[in-house]
Ligand binder design. Structure first.
Ligand SMILES: Cc1ncc(COP(=O)(O)O)c(C=O)c1O
Length: 364
């Protein structure tokens, strides 16, 4: 039997909610989506929410709403899922990478400062693995240099910085509800903002720029979420807090069990944040008894799922090399890409499974 690295939890309530929508016949965008938007806004304590078909288009809409365009530069992290930076390319703008902090794996505000010039328009900060980036420093930098701040919170539902939910530090933030995320709508995404104008434009862009029936005032697209997706999301939203508490507890148990293992670094948690442990990521240092690949295979053979988030920094990806990136190497991002290994932390892990994971690692 395998302990998977991620496990979406779909119960009878989700099934009934979807069945109700199917029976209603209102299966595209409608009331359920509006209710989901409102409920997700309430959860994150942000005023406006625009649900879309996935987290990638949420980022695309966010940057479009901020009017990022050709000739603009946007600073982001090289150590993330590729969507965080592709959204900049979608606007024909230029992603400019700034290295990460080696402890948190999040973008380092000091490195961001080095990259600002007259073309810089925005910063896309990613709350990697569920740990908020240093949004306080990033907000200050954005204010000082008149930049937009975007929070890519795809992995950070319910995460907090100084007791405030993510999404409250930026001009606009985005979420993903892909099945491996802390809550799901199958595919799905959402844009949050406290700015009514950004909300208005985002709402238009996700629906063909249509301000009235067949009157199109913006260049938009069909990025709509369906009632079926939203119905799943509404049920999941009721459970996400208890799941998150369980993730945090599981992470504590893993760290307590593993912190003394030579050559393994357990996740560093910034004292100012609520880390929601989308992933629990170990750093495998050179003095560990196995290479990362050997360690991963060892765990897989014992029925413990693993993942590498992420094996290649974005600027070193083949597509980015084709675009002229890759000659600049980011020391901390490259080092992390070689050393990180995610192990299971999801809320359905039993105490027996957690103890088994700890035992198998400590006995190496
Ligand atoms: C940091 C980050 N940004 C953006 C995305 C894109 O979300 P989606 O897969 O819903 O398009 C993801 C999810 O995979 C992600 O992890």
């Amino acid at each position: 039997m395998m302990i998977p690295i991620a496990k979406p939890l779909i119960g009878n309530e989700e099934i009934s909610a979807v069945t109700e929508v199917l029976k209603s016949g209102m299966i595209a965008h409608g009331k359920e989506v509006e209710l989901f938007e409102k409920e997700f806004c309430d959860y994150q304590c942000v005023k406006h929410g625009i649900a879309v078909s996935n987290g990638t288009v949420a980022l695309d809409v966010a940057l479009k709403a901020l009017k990022i365009k050709s000739g603009d530069e946007v600073i982001t992290t090289p150590f993330t899922f590729i969507a965080s930076s592709n959204c900049i390319l979608y606007q024909n703008a230029k992603p400019v990478f700034a290295d990460i902090d080696e402890k948190t794996f999040n973008i380092d505000p000091n490195e961001v400062l080095e990259k600002i010039n007259s073309k810089t328009k925005a910063i896309v900060a990613v709350h990697l693995y569920g740990q908020p980036a240093d949004v306080k420093a990033l907000r200050e930098i954005s204010n000082d240099h008149d930049l937009f701040l975007i929070e890519d919170a795809a992995q950070a539902h319910g995460a907090e910085f100084e007791q405030k939910k993510v999404g409250n530090f930026s001009d606009v933030s985005t979420f993903s509800f892909y099945p491996t995320k802390n809550m799901t709508t199958s595919e799905g995404g959402l844009i949050l903002t406290n700015n009514p104008e950004i909300a208005r434009i985002s709402d238009l862009i996700r629906n063909h720029g249509q301000s009235e029936k067949y009157l199109h005032t913006e260049l938009g697209h069909n990025f709509r979420m369906t009632n079926i997706q939203a119905a799943i999301g509404r049920v999941q939203l009721k459970k996400v807090e208890s799941w998150t508490e369980k993730r945090i507890e599981n992470a504590k148990m893993l760290s307590n069990g593993l912190k003394k293992v030579n050559g393994l670094k357990v996740p560093y948690v910034d004292k100012r944040v609520r880390h929601v442990f989308h992933q629990y990521v170990l750093k495998i240092e050179d003095d560990f008894k196995m290479s990362r690949d050997e360690f991963s295979k060892y765990l897989n053979n014992l029925g413990i799922g693993t993942g590498i988030h992420y094996p290649i920094p974005v600027n070193e990806q083949p597509i980015y090399k084709k675009l002229g990136y890759g000659s600049e190497i980011f020391k901390n991002a490259s080092d992390a890409a070689k050393k990180v290994l995610s192990i299971p932390v999801h809320p359905s892990l039993s105490e027996t499974e957690l103890n088994y994971i700890i035992e198998k690692i400590t006995e190496i």
